[in-house]
Design a protein around this ligand. Structure first.
Ligand code: G6P
Length: 581
């Protein structure tokens, strides 16, 4: 995820852009760049934060009223000056910034290389500038060249582009955020509203696939064929704090909603590092902590059941005491931050024992990337709230892509849309939260693939509501925990219609008979009938149920926390990244 911005008007563009980039920095902070057009296009960019780079390179010394800027969260290519945006074509006359992932960048880049284009970076972005150049060399106008180029791109993108000789900005969006702001004698575009909220409160909502051309006095929106379309501007009345959180009261709720977009990004992640390793190794150990450990349990289930591997999943802090990896072991370490000391230590230990290590992380150049042999990035963008939400779903998305991309029976592309439908039940889930927020103990039950999700649901609830919450496999109840069930104790039963559902019905009846208040997350009519409350999920290939079971549990934990007047973004005693053992 990156932050992008464009400005055209009467103000000094470098001031507007530098200020906007500071507000966008939560979207990425590994390198920064600006391009200003004042007869010629001038680019300044470097690795570092907005403050560091804009000061060192004196962004605001650049004269001109038309410009673009970018703050990067690396996906393709390391954070460094060459990979920082803006990028340009061979001539330096087509300059652009981009947020998203171009999935077909390898064939497109080689097509351009064959035509003689030379690339300066490892990014997927640069080819967009070269494509525009190529179409212009072929005799097309800048506008048609831009449209033709966008037509060729697969994946997600928001693009903001300057072309020398044009006093306008060309923009496009698909599955990546981009807003168009309308001021008096000035126009803006940016990854989100807060970046330009101090200049205008009038915005044109762009739909996925829209293309627009903005100039000082005007804007025009087109569909992807280049036909003009009408988009009605809206007025926004946000406070600056609301704006920072994209209109949501907390980062956690924003991040829950952001999952629709970021799962898409994660499904586009480059998982090629896993291909050979999964073919080569039959003995696999997974190490992780907290939420990432729950993702590892899903991976364990899938590797065993569908790939015939022998897999152990071990809590990172326990790993050096209970595990004996060898050179025949593949260790997969999962860490959102890439900084968790327990996980890093486990990786070091595994390497000392001769094992090969693949790391799944969200943070480019985090500590884990320096100790592991191979890395896969989650592409989930920075997560601010302490409780992990979007990064858990992104971990699942990357895991599923590693294992099932190319499997015609498993349609991963439907996941973002399905999550959207679950989010539509938010108000109902809020009402369910109201019924359990004064309880002291809450239990979560699952079986098979749903059990790790029950564990994640219990962790989320205890982290941010301070209610004692435990997850059990349904069958384990009768071996002890059943003694804790008494009148009114909430039991959250994860019972998708899969191979576990008849047994889950039995578990449900066991707790209901003892007075439990049963909340089912299900699509099985018999379970619905027995439960006191049901949160409905759609029918899917059973292997995909973890994605849809997760979302109601995140919302439930969030709304219980709100009912209890706890700040879910900053739970007591917890840190986002635990860098001590
Ligand atoms: C901390 C956080 C948890 C997180 C865990 C592992 O305890 O509070 O939310 O799941 O660390 O973090 P990692 O960055 O390694 O995934």
């Amino acid at each position: 995820m990156c932050g992008i911005i464009g400005y055209v008007g009467s103000k000094r563009a470098s001031d507007v852009i530098t200020e906007g980039l500071k507000r966008l920095e939560y979207r990425g902070y590994d390198s920064v760049g600006i391009a200003i057009y004042n007869g010629g296009i001038h680019i300044r960019k470097e690795k570092g934060t907005v403050e560091e780079v804009s000061t060192a390179l004196q962004f605001t010394n650049l004269d001109g009223h038309l410009g673009i800027g970018h703050t990067r969260w690396a996906t393709h290519g390391a954070p460094c000056k060459d990979n920082a945006h803006p990028h340009h074509d061979c001539t330096g006359k087509v300059v652009l910034v981009h947020n998203g992932v171009i999935e077909n960048f390898i064939p497109l880049k080689s097509e351009l290389e064959k035509k003689g284009h030379r690339f300066n970076s490892e990014t997927d972005t640069e080819l967009i500038a070269h494509f525009i150049e190529q179409y212009m060399n072929d005799g097309l106008s800048p506008f048609i060249s831009f449209i033709r180029t966008v037509e060729r791109l697969k994946g997600s993108y928001s693009i903001v582009s300057l072309i020398e000789g044009e006093d306008k900005i060309y923009i496009a969006r698909k599955n990546s955020p981009l807003i168009l702001g309308v001021g008096k004698d000035e126009m803006f575009c940016a990854s989100d509203i807060p970046a330009v909220l101090n200049h205008t409160k009038t915005f044109v909502p762009l739909e996925e696939g829209d293309i627009a051309v903005i100039s000082k006095l005007d804007y025009t929106v087109y569909d992807h064929f280049g036909n003009q379309i009408k988009r009605t501007p809206i007025e926004i009345n946000w406070s600056s704090e609301m704006a920072e959180k994209g209109g949501y009261p907390h980062f956690m709720l924003k991040e829950i909603h952001d999952q629709v977009h970021f799962i898409y990004e994660s499904l586009a992640a480059d998982v090629s590092a896993s291909e050979d390793l999964l073919n080569l190794f039959d003995n696999i150990q997974l190490v992780a902590a907290g939420t990432s450990y729950h993702a590892s349990l899903v991976l364990k289930y899938l590797l065993q059941k569908f790939k015939g591997k022998t897999v152990e999943s071990i809590i990172a802090s326990e790993y050096p005491f209970v595990s004996f990896p060898t050179k025949d072991t593949l260790v997969i370490a999962i860490s959102q931050s890439g900084e968790t000391a327990d996980t890093i230590q486990a990786v070091r230990y595994a390497k000392q024992c001769g094992a090969k290590v693949l790391a799944l992380t969200n943070v480019v150049q985090s500590s884990i990337t320096r100790v592991a042999d191979k890395i896969i990035y989650l592409n989930a963008g920075p997560e601010v709230s302490v409780a992990a939400t979007k990064t858990f779903s992104s971990q699942l998305a990357v895991i599923y892509k590693m294992l099932f991309s190319g499997d015609k029976n498993i349609d991963l592309s439907q996941i973002p849309q399905i999550i959207e439908t679950i989010l539509q039940q938010e108000e109902f889930i809020r009402s369910v939260a109201a019924q359990i927020s004064n309880k002291k103990n809450i239990f979560f039950l699952g079986r098979g693939l749903s059990y790790p999700i029950a564990m994640e649901g219990a962790l989320k609830l205890k982290e941010i509501s301070y209610i004692h919450a435990e997850a059990y496999p349904g069958g384990e109840l009768k071996h002890g925990p059943l003694s804790l069930i008494e009148n009114g104790v909430p039991v959250i039963v994860l019972a998708p219609d899969d191979e576990t559902s008849s047994k889950m019905l039995g578990s449900l009846k066991e707790v209901k008979t003892r007075g439990a208040y049963v909340i089912a997350i299900t699509n099985n009519p018999e379970i619905e009938k027995e439960a006191h409350i049901s949160i409905n999920i759609p029918h899917l290939n059973p292997i995909l149920y973890p994605f849809v079971l997760t979302i109601p549990l995140q919302l439930l934990a969030y709304y219980v926390s709100i009912r209890k007047d706890i700040d879910p973004d900053r739970p007591r005693n917890l840190a986002k990244s635990v860098t001590v053992e």
